[in-house]
Design a protein around this ligand. Sequence first.
Ligand code: SF4
Ligand code: SF4
Length: 81
Amino acid sequence: MAYKIGEDCTCCGACESECPNEAISEGVDTYVIDPDKCTECVGQFDESQCAEICPVEACKPDPDHKETRAQLEAKYKKLHP
Ligand code: SF4
Ligand code: SF4
């Protein structure tokens, strides 16, 4: 399940450099996560790095982008061949 950044985001920018897939960028009102690049950090970290660093807990799993672990692993391999 890709992560999503909610309205609580204060645009501090701390999460952008933490993402191992460069999935996070600055949006209009909040930072945003590209669901095609978010692997939930599977293959790289035990915890989602954006959620770990966010001071306001704005990074949450996105129920609109449900994926199995196998799908996340496949996405990781595609992003990092
Ligand atoms: S969960 Fe991991 S891969 Fe997904 S946006 Fe956050 S840091 Fe990037
Ligand atoms: S760390 Fe949290 S508050 Fe800061 S830009 Fe990322 S989502 Fe927004």
